[in-house]
Design a protein around this ligand. Structure first.
Ligand SMILES: Cc1cc2nc3c(=O)[nH]c(=O)nc-3n(C[C@H](O)[C@H](O)[C@H](O)COP(=O)(O)OP(=O)(O)OC[C@H]3O[C@@H](n4cnc5c(N)ncnc54)[C@H](O)[C@@H]3O)c2cc1C
Length: 578
């Protein structure tokens, strides 16, 4: 891939494959800013700084979006529940960012109708104000209608600044059961409001990254490269694909390694105790009855232990989550059996007549939230706000990011970039506040506009195919369509979801190195439960051809993909045995 000579596409970055070679980094080891960590916050900061004309190098030890950013509940939300922790700044910023992302990334960020079923009128009304006045936690109490009404009214007030989201609605038992007939019959009210969901966080992260690469030809981003140390020559990096170790000299180092910030600082020779990540898991269900019971809405509610949990439709599947458990960073985060029991129980809590068993689980995922250290606070009440800590490594200033949600990544990146600019004594020249992201640029939404776009950008492919690509890549679909049309193409034999040329496009332009990159992060094949042993073999054949894998590398890749899917995502072993 690094020496790709394949057909070109008409995109702005057509002559730059996304994998800037490690060799090039070794040859030119100097950069203004080194960002460590390719989650959404590192990538967002990369884009922001590149747009200011700063030369930035970003390294990610695995694949982009493989950490917390690929394990979220897919909500782009104001965080109504943070109001009870008194986090007004964060909620206000989140609501503004949610409204902005609906406009800037409409290809992936969509309005999400959210319904809270409520089973009591007054519960919790004293607990919440007391919690944010006294910062005590007390035993969780059920949140009643009056409390939720007060929270939603405040939430609406914050939302008004951005304009586009309708106010919440409260209805009584009869209307609630008419709208959601499978709800628990003792429901007293439902409150319905709008937040947003990000349908494809992994692809949105890539879009942000590619914007950064396009903005400054001297910026570089490389996955499968770790920061492992520091010495007199600079920060020591390791190429995880070859084992090569080499230094990079940066004027400023940004540690955006999420829950791993302290470990990274320790590797760089500075001690910190900033982080206290908590693990959260999700399951994905193929369950048409549950899907229908949700009626297209997110059901957001309090489970019997006082935790706020969610059930919501993502395409043909249902996402259920999440947990919030203190964790040890040395153990990989996976969804455990007790967590699955908890999820099945919470479904039963609101939809008692919908029978769901483990057999319907097609995928699971787990991640660690990059929360601040919280010695005496229960995980659910730890601040979700972020801060930036200054330090030094290899004689150069470092900035460590502590916290940061998906929803606020653009604003956070702006804050972090401002601190970097301050250290470099440079000024901001471009605001990202109104800048469309990736395939969100010119994304058509009305049927007539979609038809016109498809006609103008389809490169002669059938209209239905181009529409599908538009849904998957936003207006970057023009590049993909041109690439697909420029060679021999056919759907995979094992699934019609993607085609051979589309996979080839990913290899050439999206830094794919492993089969799991494709199944988990470049496509939603794993999330949707569409992976089989045959599909893994077929994808291995296509990737292997373009990445020039030997037979033994190909075999290793197949085995490793099966292992990752089984151990980390609970994908049924049976479907993986050829
Ligand atoms: C269960 C769960 C549910 C969530 N739900 C939501 C939600 O609905 N909405 C919302 O807004 N937010 C949500 N969040 C929070 C949000 O996902 C995270 O806060 C956000 O994605 C953090 O992004 P990040 O870039 O800071 O960290 P990460 O995405 O964790 O990225 C850090 C990256 O650093 C890399 N790295 C680590 N060490 C090194 C090294 N030495 N060298 C190179 N790279 C390294 C890691 O591989 C990783 O990719 C949720 C989080 C979890 C876990």
């Amino acid at each position: 891939m690094r020496n790709s000579t394949g057909p070109t596409t008409p995109s702005a970055d057509q002559n730059r494959t996304m994998r800037d070679s490690v060799q090039e980094l070794k040859n030119n080891p100097k950069t203004s800013v080194l960002i460590i960590g390719g989650g959404i916050n590192g990538v967002g900061t990369f884009r922001d700084l590149s747009l200011q004309g700063i030369d930035v190098t970003l390294v990610e030890r695995g694949d982009y979006c493989q950490g917390a950013s690929g394990a979220s509940s897919h909500m782009i939300h104001g965080g109504i529940r943070y109001l009870e922790n008194g986090e007004f700044r964060l909620v206000r910023e989140s609501v503004v960012e949610r409204n902005a992302l609906l406009k800037l990334a409409p290809h992936y960020v969509k309005p999400l109708q959210t319904t809270i079923p409520i089973f009591s009128t007054f519960s919790g009304i004293l607990a919440a104000p007391l919690r944010f006045l006294t910062h005590r936690q007390g035993a969780p109490r059920e949140r009643g209608a009056v409390l939720i009404k007060a929270g939603l009214t405040l939430y609406d007030a914050f939302s008004r600044a951005g304009g586009s989201v309708p106010r919440h609605k409260f209805v009584g038992k009869k209307a609630s059961l008419a709208q959601l007939p499978r709800l628990r019959p003792d429901v007293k009210y439902t409150a319905t409001y709008f937040d947003a969901s990000v349908h494809n966080p992994e692809r949105l992260t890539l879009d942000v990254l590619r914007d950064g690469l396009a903005a400054n030809p001297r910026s570089r981003a490389i996955n499968y490269v770790s920061a492992v140390g520091s010495d007199a020559e600079g920060i020591v990096l390791r190429d995880e694909l070859t084992g090569d170790v080499f230094p990079v000299r940066a004027d400023v180092v940004v540690n955006a390694t999420g829950a791993w910030v302290d470990g990274t600082n320790s590797a760089l020779g500075q001690s910190s105790r900033f982080m206290g990540g908590t693990k959260g898991s999700h399951i994905v269900l193929d369950h048409p009855e549950l899907l229908a019971a949700c009626a297209g809405r997110e059901i957001f509610f309090e489970h019997s232990d006082g935790r706020i949990v969610l059930i919501y439709p993502m395409g043909e599947r249902v996402l259920v989550g999440t947990t919030d458990i203190d964790t040890d960073m040395d153990t990989p985060a996976v969804c455990t059996d007790p967590e699955i029991d908890y999820f099945l129980d919470l479904i039963h809590h609101v939809f008692p007549t919908v029978r769901v068993s483990r057999d319907s689980i097609v995928y699971s995922f787990s991640g660690v939230r990059p929360l601040p250290r919280h010695d005496d606070t229960q995980p659910g009440f730890v601040s979700r706000d972020y801060r930036i800590e200054r330090g030094t490594a290899s004689g150069r200033p470092t900035l460590s990011l502590v916290g940061g949600k998906w929803t606020t990544f653009r604003a956070l990146s702006e804050h972090l970039a401002n601190e970097v600019l301050d250290l470099l004594q440079r000024g901001r020249t471009v605001s990202t506040g109104a800048l469309p992201i990736g395939g969100g640029l010119g994304f058509p939404q009305q049927p007539r506009d979609v038809a016109a776009w498809v006609e103008a950008n389809g490169a002669g492919l059938p209209a239905e195919r181009v529409k599908l690509l538009l849904g998957r890549y936003g207006t970057r679909a023009a590049d993909v369509a041109a690439y697909v049309a420029d060679g021999e193409d056919s759907p995979l034999q094992t699934t019609r979801e993607v085609s051979t040329r589309e996979l080839e496009y990913m290899v050439r332009h999206e830094q794919v190195h492993h089969i799991s990159d494709v199944l988990i992060r470049r496509t939603a094949l794993a999330f949707n439960g569409l992976v089989s042993a045959e599909l893994i073999d077929e994808v291995a054949g296509i990737l292997g051809k373009h990445l020039e894998w030997s037979a033994s590398v190909r075999e290793y890749e197949i085995e490793d993909t099966r292992r990752v899917l089984q151990e980390q995502h609970k994908v049924s072993v049976h479907s993986l045995v050829a």
